[in-house]
Design a protein around this ligand. Structure first.
Ligand code: GLA
Length: 410
């Protein structure tokens, strides 16, 4: 989508440039034609400005929920109380500087580091294997003190060299005569250091994040040196260094009936056939460009469960703009949160649901192109003023009705 937008703007700019150059060189004794060119340039410029405004101008939707229920922010119990009563994980992603610590520990029983556990944050000097666990430990201490489960996210992630894995690894692999042996040594040292550091305190790990790139594996320094077996090896190492940890493969899928979704199931089956010690699958569930088909998600989770794997929704956020055509976009967004939570709560294989953020005031989509160019993103369950949105109540209702079902079960 970003490239389409760029494409339109680049084409328009080029057209203006060409018209301008023609105007410069156009024989001066055709004044009428010269004037037509000037008008043409102006028209194209205006169209470009209008298109840019339409594309990037933020929209806003009425917050009907703010007036709807003045009691909405009063205490009626928390998400955590409901989840605790069913041994279900309700979690959120946070940075070590933890805005709203009290609210977080009241509402959630699980935490994940938005960035602080990623290789780029932990391995601060890849040449000298120098680690810094300060930020990660701060977050983990908070989780421990509040009796919250901490998910480890993430050990190996083959996208974005220099951010999700050290750029130096790329160079080392390039120079290595035996690339596979070199990559294995790098992975072993990294996974050993990190898992031993957190051993006994972080029991659920995203061992590999986002392995897919469309219908095949995302091409990276890992696939280049080891092919698909880098995934096997990462899981084998994780099991070796902490046999008690639950090991997850985490992936973002937006269409659960797509070729990518089928290819991912194929990957899972191959890993299982090869005896790779994988325990679960994380469905990220970022809603960025489309409203996920929740019934298809339900079936997809079942398929994974039938392979003998557990599941978690690991990075749920839902972009408000996707609901622009609904009568009440905030309510429609809330309904989507509710449906996703219901699906996870309905399937015994689905152990938890983690939100990728807390408040709309600070959300990653507002910082990252192309999403930042087209707002409102507002993908979280609290709004900028910390009002509980229909998204909050959607989760609350799903948890409450499941809890009631559990209580009334014979
Ligand atoms: C992916 C990653 C997360 C995070 C989000 C964007 O889903 O798994 O760690 O970086 O993108 O914030």
């Amino acid at each position: 989508m970003i490239w389409q937008l760029f494409g339109v703007h680049i084409s328009l700019s080029m057209l203006i440039l060409v018209l301008f150059l023609l105007w410069l060189v156009w024989p001066r004794h055709y004044p009428k034609l010269r004037m037509a060119f000037i008008r043409g340039c102006g028209g194209v410029l205006l169209a470009s400005i209008l298109l840019a405004s339409y594309t990037y101008w933020p929209r806003s939707f009425e917050k009907k929920y703010v007036h709807k229920d003045p009691e909405a922010n009063s205490s009626v119990g928390t998400l955590r109380e409901l989840a605790d009563s069913m041994d279900f994980y309700i979690g959120m992603a946070s940075s070590h500087d933890l805005a709203y610590p009290e609210l977080i520990s009241k509402e959630f029983n699980s935490l994940v580091a938005e960035n602080d556990f990623k290789p780029g944050q932990l391995l601060i000097d890849a040449k000298n294997w120098k680690f810094d666990f300060t930020k990660a430990d701060k977050l983990l201490s908070f989780a421990d003190a509040q009796n919250m489960r901490m998910r480890g996210h993430t050990l190996i992630w083959g996208k974005f060299s220099g951010m999700t894995y050290p750029a130096e690894w790329q160079e080392e692999i390039k120079l290595a005569s035996d690339k596979e042996a070199k990559m294995k040594a790098l992975m072993r040292q990294y996974i050993e250091t990190v898992m031993q550091h957190f051993k006994g305190r972080v029991l659920d790990w995203d061992v590999v994040n986002e392995p897919m790139g469309g219908n095949t594996l995302f091409p990276s320094v890992f696939t280049e040196s080891m092919g698909e077996s880098y995934i096997d090896y990462a899981f084998q190492l994780a099991r070796e260094f902490d046999p008690d940890a639950t090991l997850y493969l985490n992936e973002q899928i937006t269409d659960y009936e797509s070729e990518q979704a089928t290819a991912f199931l194929g990957l899972l089956q191959r890993l299982l056939d090869r005896g790779v010690p994988i325990d679960g699958v994380g469905m990220q569930c970022h809603h960025l460009n489309n409203i996920h088909d929740t019934e298809a998600l339900r079936d997809y989770i079942r398929k994974i469960a039938e392979m003998g794997l557990e599941v978690e929704i690991t990075e749920l956020d839902v972009r408000l703009l996707l609901f622009k055509d609904f009568e009440d976009p905030y309510q429609a967004q809330g309904d989507q949160f509710r449906k996703i939570a219901e699906i996870c709560l309905d399937d015994p294989a689905c152990k938890g649901l983690t939100l990728w953020g807390l408040t709309d005031a600070k959300n990653w989509m507002d910082a990252v192109p192309p999403f930042k160019w087209k707002s409102p993103n507002a993908p979280n369950i609290f709004d900028e003023d910390m009002n509980k949105k229909p998204a909050y109540w959607g989760l609350y209702e799903a948890l409450k009705s499941k809890r009631n079902k559990v209580l009334n079960a014979p």
